[in-house]
Design a protein around this ligand. Structure first.
Ligand SMILES: [Cu+2]
Length: 462
C-alpha cells in the first residue's frame, strides 16, 4: 500500500521528488502514440494540436483513437472527483513501474505521488511550488515548464472556507454541493461543485501557462501534485462526517471510465470501486496534513423551504473586454407583476435567513483568462472597493467549454456566487433599489490580447 506524502513535509533524505523527476524525464522520451508517455497521459485529459505547448508532439495516434481516448477529462459534474482519482492513480502506477524497470525502486509501492497542500495555514512555505519544479529554470529540469506565473499562490485562491458544505450533489443550478451536479459524463458541463471551484480551478489559473487550460494542463508536472491534493481533500471532507457522504445512486456508482496501465493495456475502472482509496489499483492512503476545511456549516447551506427565485437580470449578452466592466441588472416587468412577494422580501428589513446569489450563465470565449473580481453596487467613481466585493470568478476551461464537440455541448461555463452577506448590508443602505443592481467584473491580471469573454446573462436569485 502506498502512502502519498505532503511534498512540503517530506522526511529528510526522502527521494519522492528526485524519483518523480526521473520518471517524468523517461515519460517525456516516449512517443505520443505510447499510452505510457507524458504526451499521451496529458492528452487523455485534454489535447489541442494548435496550442503552442503541443508544438513538439510529433506523430499522433489515429483520429479514431484520439477521439475515443483523448480529451476525456470530466469537469462540471459529480464525476469530476472520481474521474480524476482514477486518472492520477493510473499515471502514478505507470510512473512507479517505470522506476521499477529502471531499477530505481524494488516494487510499484515504493513510490507514491506526493501532494501539494497549498492550503496548509501552519506552513508559510505552502503557497510556493517546491523548488525542484522551479530550478533550474530550463529544459534540463524535467519538472520545469515555461510560462508559469511567478510564485507564490495567492492565499485567498487556496482558501477552503467555502467547502463548509454538507451535500455532495448540487442542490440546484445555483447552490453547489461539494462534488457537483448529477450529469451524464461530459468533458465540460455546467454543474460544478465547491471542490472544483476552489481550490481546484483557482490554482490552475493562479499557476498559469499550461496549467491555465485543460487542454495543456497535464503537460505541467505540478498538475499531478495539485490533483493529488484535490483527491486528498475529497477524503478529508468525507472524514469530517456529520452527513457528508458520497452519492449512493446507481448512475454514479456504476459509471465506468477507461484508462491505461503501465504495460499500455486498457483498464476499465468503475466509480464504486474507487470510493475507498485503499481499493484503487494497489491502494493508497494519505499522510496526515493540516487541512483547514471548516467542519461547521453555515445556516445558508441547510435545505430551505422555498426554491430560489430569479429577481433581476442583465438584458443582453455582455462582452467583458480587456478592462473592468459595470453591468446593470434590472427587474423584468414579468417578474414585477408575478413576484410581489419576493420584491416585498427584498425591500423589507433584512432578516437573518436571506440568501442571495449572482448567477453567470453561458460564459463563452477563448484564450487564457484571469480570475475576475466581482463587485456589487460600486460607488459612482467606478473602482471597486473591498466592502462591495462579493467574490471572484475563475473561468478555467472557458475555451474548451465554448467549443461544441463530441464530448460536450459548447454552451460555455456557468458560475454562481453567494452574495448573501453583502446583500443583507446593501439592503439597509439609503436609496436601496433592487431594480438597479450593478455588477462589476474586474480582471485580476492583464487580459491577453487574443482573449475573449462573453457572458450570456447575469442574474440575481433570492
Ligand atoms: Cu485540474
Amino acid at each position: 500500500m502506498k502512502e502519498r506524502k505532503d511534498v512540503h513535509n517530506l522526511p529528510e533524505n526522502d527521494r519522492s521528488l528526485e524519483l518523480y523527476a526521473i520518471g517524468v524525464a523517461e515519460m517525456k522520451t516516449r512517443p505520443a502514440t505510447d499510452p505510457t508517455s507524458g504526451y499521451y497521459q496529458a492528452a487523455m485529459h485534454g489535447f489541442f494540436q494548435d496550442d503552442n505547448f503541443w508544438a513538439d508532439v510529433g506523430v499522433l495516434p489515429s483520429d479514431s483513437h484520439m477521439e475515443s481516448y483523448w480529451n476525456q477529462c470530466i469537469h462540471g459534474s459529480w464525476f469530476f472527483a472520481p474521474w480524476h482519482r482514477m486518472y492520477i492513480a493510473c499515471f502514478e502506477s505507470i510512473l512507479a513501474n517505470i522506476l521499477v524497470d529502471l531499477g530505481k525502486i524494488a516494487t510499484e509501492d515504493d513510490w507514491a505521488l506526493p501532494f501539494w497542500n497549498y492550503s496548509d495555514t501552519d506552513n508559510s512555505a505552502a503557497l510556493f511550488m517546491p523548488s525542484a519544479f522551479l530550478e533550474p529554470e530550463d529544459k534540463s529540469n524535467p519538472l520545469w515548464i515555461k510560462e508559469r506565473n511567478s510564485p507564490p499562490l495567492i492565499e485567498d485562491n487556496v482558501s477552503l472556507e467555502k467547502l463548509n458544505i454538507i451535500p455532495f450533489v448540487n442542490e440546484d443550478m445555483i447552490r453547489r454541493g461539494f462534488g457537483g451536479a448529477i450529469e451524464e459524463p461530459s468533458q465540460f458541463d455546467t454543474g460544478y461543485g465547491g471542490l472544483e471551484e476552489r481550490p481546484h480551478d483557482w490554482v490552475h489559473d493562479d499557476i498559469g501557462g499550461a496549467m491555465a487550460n485543460p487542454v495543456t494542463s497535464g503537460l505541467d508536472p505540478i498538475f499531478w501534485l495539485h490533483h493529488c491534493n484535490i483527491d486528498r481533500l475529497w477524503q478529508e471532507w468525507l472524514d469530517l462526517g456529520e452527513g457528508r457522504k458520497n452519492p449512493d445512486d446507481k448512475s454514479f456508482n456504476n459509471q465506468r471510465f477507461v484508462f491505461y496501465t503501465y504495460t499500455g493495456v486498457q483498464e476499465e475502472m468503475i466509480v464504486e470501486k474507487v470510493l475507498d482509496t485503499t481499493d484503487v489499483l494497489t491502494g493508497y492512503t494519505y499522510q496526515e496534513s493540516n487541512s483547514p476545511i471548516p467542519s461547521r456549516t453555515t445556516r445558508r447551506l441547510t435545505p430551505r423551504s422555498r426554491p430560489l427565485e430569479l429577481v433581476a437580470a442583465s438584458n443582453t449578452k455582455q462582452d467583458l473586454g480587456k478592462t473592468a466592466r459595470n453591468i446593470q441588472l434590472t427587474i423584468p416587468a414579468s417578474i414585477i407583476s408575478r413576484r410581489q412577494d419576493t420584491l416585498a422580501v427584498l425591500n423589507s428589513i433584512p432578516d437573518t435567513d436571506t440568501e442571495a446569489y449572482l448567477y453567470f450563465e453561458n460564459i463563452t470565449g477563448k484564450g487564457v483568462t484571469p480570475i475576475y473580481k466581482v463587485y456589487v453596487n460600486t460607488p459612482d467613481s467606478g473602482a471597486g472597493t473591498e466592502e462591495c466585493c462579493v467574490g471572484r470568478l475563475s473561468l478555467f476551461g472557458l475555451d474548451i467549454a465554448s467549443t461544441p464537440s463530441i464530448h460536450h455541448s459548447g454552451c460555455g461555463l456557468s458560475r454562481s456566487l453567494d452574495i448573501s452577506e453583502l446583500f443583507d448590508c446593501l439592503r439597509t443602505q439609503p436609496g436601496w433599489n433592487p431594480a438597479q443592481l450593478s455588477v462589476r467584473l474586474e480582471p485580476t491580471r492583464e487580459v491577453p490580447a487574443d482573449t475573449e469573454v462573453n457572458i450570456g446573462r447575469i442574474s440575481l436569485h433570492c
